[in-house]
Design a protein around this ligand. Structure first.
Ligand code: DQA
Length: 143
């Protein structure tokens, strides 16, 4: 099974961006680690990132045809995007939402997630390890 790993705005700067919050690993590091773990789990992964809301909607539409599960860190769009929520609602397989930081420990505007009303599971505050936890849970859901 193919798992689409989608990342929203500013996550292209992972590793350089507020490392005290998001850590020193880059998105390439995350993609590599996910690819390795996926192999052990009998899964395949594709990791994509965009800073643009509509591009993320298109990527979710692509996943309808190409993937059995979606792991998504919508970044700031988590808190604002009904379009990304609506797109995820057109996807039939499991959806796991990941946040590197614990959004509930941060500013009040980060406490609400539109995506959580669709997600089958939510992981927050585990750092970039959260993507690997999500992949393990995805293997259980698809197994
Ligand atoms: C984030 C949390 C969001 O509130 C923030 O806008 C991000 C990253 C996280 O991974 O912790 O860009 O999704």
């Amino acid at each position: 099974p193919m798992i689409e790993i989608l990342n929203g705005p500013n996550l292209n700067l992972l590793g350089q961006r507020q490392p005290e919050i998001y850590g020193h690993e880059t998105l390439d590091d995350v993609a590599r680690a996910c690819g390795q773990l996926a192999q052990e789990l009998g899964l395949q992964t594709q990791c994509r990132q965009s800073n643009h809301e509509g591009a993320l909607v298109d990527m979710i539409h692509d996943a309808r045809l190409a993937a059995q599960g979606i792991i998504i860190n919508p970044a700031a769009y988590t808190h604002t995007s009904i379009a990304i929520l609506d797109a995820l609602n057109t996807f039939e397989g499991p959806v796991i939402e990941v946040h590197i930081s614990n959004i509930h420990k941060r500013e009040a505007f980060r406490h609400h997630s539109y995506v959580s009303t669709r997600a089958d599971a939510v992981i927050a505050g585990c750092g970039t390890q959260g993507y690997l936890l999500a992949l393990r849970h995805m293997a259980l859901l698809l197994g």
